[in-house]
Design a protein around this ligand. Structure first.
Ligand SMILES: Nc1ncnc2c1ncn2[C@@H]1O[C@H](COP(=O)(O)OP(=O)(O)OP(=O)(O)O)[C@@H](O)[C@H]1O
Length: 271
């Protein structure tokens, strides 16, 4: 465990820790984007990451399934444990890891293929056996999209509305039955009605999936999540670095945070 004065690990939880970020530093080139993070993520809960722009929420999110590997000259000093295994160990397979830890982005990014082929894409790549039709239907049902698309599965996914595309992307990530889904502002490009559909969906998914969501919407974080991590920017040798300020049950963070900066942020008095 990293002994960090700025990290506050939640107490009074019956934790089944599925992921654990133990990050001394995360670098883009020479620039230190994150430091001193000690953050366990609990199974079958929704954990929200909140904090001002640039404090490293998305960076940390991308550490969990090593998506930062795609960005040149990035470096993690520390470890990310997934079910007690360090996913950054040189012998760990990042592609296999992403089968267990999926990702949904802010902007829906369906492939320019049919609805069916979007959902079937990852199972085919991973050589999953079984009835593909049944898997596609189940994934689309779980993503609350089946009824709207069941008669046009061969239609190009790019013809769907933004909200439908986002649910398709969720169905696509569900098709390989990930244990964790990372969501980077999944509702911010959607209208309020569609956003609330996605929120409902997340509540259902939590029954069998662990979700981490980055959001700038405090009401959404408070409504949805069981745990919330608040990050902030600290000045460090003339540049800013993201740090974990407070991590606790969401009602504590939103109603009685221990740190006055958290209080200012969640109440909108933050400049
Ligand atoms: N691909 C990249 N290359 C270099 N620096 C990056 C890259 N992505 C992010 N950064 C830097 O890392 C820091 C953290 O960025 P990050 O996007 O993780 O923050 P964030 O809290 O998610 O911000 P936002 O809420 O605006 O999305 C910022 O200083 C940012 O400029």
């Amino acid at each position: 465990m990293i002994n960090s004065p700025t990290s506050t690990t939640a107490s009074n939880v019956d934790p089944q820790t599925i992921l654990h970020a133990q990050v001394r530093g995360f670098y883009y080139g020479k620039s230190l984007a994150l430091r001193n993070i000690d953050l366990p993520i609990y199974k079958n809960q929704i954990t929200a990451f909140i904090g001002p722009s640039g404090c490293g929420k998305s960076t940390l999110l991308r550490c969990f399934n090593r998506l930062n590997d795609m960005i040149p000259e990035t470096r993690l000093d520390g470890q990310i444990l997934f079910k007690s295994r360090n996913v950054y160990h040189p012998q760990e397979d990042a592609l296999l890891l992403r089968r267990h830890i999926g990702m949904v982005f802010q902007k829906p990014n369906p492939f320019p293929k049919s609805i069916y082929d979007n959902v079937a894409f990852a199972p085919r790549i991973h050589g999953l056996r079984g009835d593909l039709d049944e898997l596609v239907e189940r994934s689309l049902r779980q993503a609350a999209l089946w009824d709207e698309v069941k008669d046009k599965l061969k239609q190009n996914a790019l013809k769907l509305s933004g909200g439908q595309q986002q649910r398709l992307c969720i169905a696509r990530s569900l098709a390989i039955q990930p244990e964790v889904i990372l969501m980077d502002e999944p509702c911010s490009a959607l209208d309020p009605i569609t956003a609330s559909q996605i929120e409902e969906l997340m509540k259902q998914l939590k029954e069998h999936t662990t979700i981490i969501i980055v959001t700038h919407n405090m009401q959404q974080a408070a409504r949805l999540s069981q745990m919330t991590a608040f990050f902030n920017l600290e000045m460090q040798e003339g540049s800013t670095t993201g740090e974990l300020v407070e991590y606790d049950h969401s009602p504590v963070i939103f109603q009685q945070p221990k740190n006055h900066v958290t209080q200012q942020y969640v109440n909108g008095y933050f400049g």
